[in-house]
Design a protein. Structure first.
Length: 71
């Protein structure tokens, strides 16, 4: 998974340099998702479902909104 994430990141960098911001955004998001999946797999030894990752990601976003970093 890390190799695939790195390829998406390389594509995102190339798209950004070419001015293709939609492509860069898409490829960067894919790279992040694969990186998160690989990290969860490494820590817990299971392949996560993206729905579960999105739920956790969303809850972490809510936590950041209600708990400022300087607190």
């Amino acid at each position: 998974m890390w190799r695939r994430a790195r390829r998406f990141l390389t594509r995102a960098e190339r798209d950004l340099l070419d001015g293709d911001y939609d492509g860069a955004s898409f490829n960067a998001e894919q790279a992040v998702q694969l990186g998160v999946k690989a990290t969860i797999y490494r820590i817990f030894g299971l392949s996560p479902l993206m729905r579960w990752v999105r739920i956790v990601w969303g809850l972490s976003g809510l936590w950041c909104i209600y708990k400022p970093l300087d607190a």
